[in-house]
Design a protein around this ligand. Structure first.
Ligand SMILES: [Zn+2]
Length: 237
């Protein structure tokens, strides 16, 4: 890790914060103030980093324009990532296929010319993606209390708890978009979010079922279906 510059400063602050939260943090008012201070510092460094003019020479493209995200996730659009990354250049005709709306993973067409199933899936779920992104943005902007405004107190609490264990900042637009994508791709429905937050509260499957007015088997099935989703989404990290 090159410990020079604002980006490194942000990374360092985040790493310190992450280690603190995982070890020393007792969640008392002093620790919360400490976390708040570190978050402010990282935010400040990030703001400075965002304002800094980019000198990197992008081949023929305007390097100072704001980063454009893929419509379906937090990765840069084809044109931008093409400009940043030599390894993406696969041949002259590639230029023609690179879209300015989607990242390399979500291009409508695969390099072979066949239609891309990842694009189709993402297109079908774009509404849910926008919903989850909105919730993440609202919660991230003020992480002290549940702020997701999902219309369901348990889902709001899920987002509150989910973001408490992370150091992602409102300015990390790409990261938040990737998290919304992950939620949708993991098929993490609101029902599953309710089950997960109640599980986090320490309720067993029967208690969760009673609370939600569903069968215990439904709870058990939902939890089984979550087994392979990232631990962070399961509130287990
Ligand atoms: Zn994408």
């Amino acid at each position: 890790m090159r410990l020079v510059g604002l980006d490194a400063m942000v990374r360092l602050q985040r790493e310190l914060l992450r280690r603190f939260i995982k070890t020393v943090d007792r969640q008392d008012s002093r620790d919360r103030r400490f976390i708040g201070t570190l978050e402010s510092l990282a935010g400040l460094a990030l703001s400075c980093a965002c304002k800094r003019p980019r000198k990197s020479a992008l081949r023929g493209l305007n390097g100072t324009r704001p980063q454009n995200f893929c419509r379906f996730c937090g990765k840069p659009v084809g044109l931008k990532s093409f400009a940043d990354d030599d390894s993406q250049v696969r041949g002259n005709d590639d230029n023609l296929r690179l879209s300015s709306k989607y990242c390399a993973d979500h291009q409508p067409l695969l390099p072979s010319g066949a239609s891309n199933p990842a694009y189709k899936r993402a297109k079908r779920s774009v509404e849910q993606f926008d919903i989850e992104l909105g919730r993440l943005n609202r919660q991230c902007a003020n992480r002290g209390t549940p702020q997701a405004a999902s219309g369901d107190p348990l889902v709001d609490r899920y987002f509150h708890r989910y973001l408490l264990s992370q150091t992602v900042q409102p300015a990390d637009k790409g990261e938040l978009r990737n998290q919304a994508r992950l939620m949708v791709d993991s098929k993490l429905s609101d029902r599953k979010k309710q089950i997960l937050i109640l599980q986090w509260d320490g309720l067993n499957q029967s208690e969760i079922a009673r609370k939600l007015g569903i069968e215990r088997q439904a709870v058990s099935k939902a939890l089984k279906s979550l087994a392979s989703t990232p631990k962070l989404l399961q509130l287990k990290e």
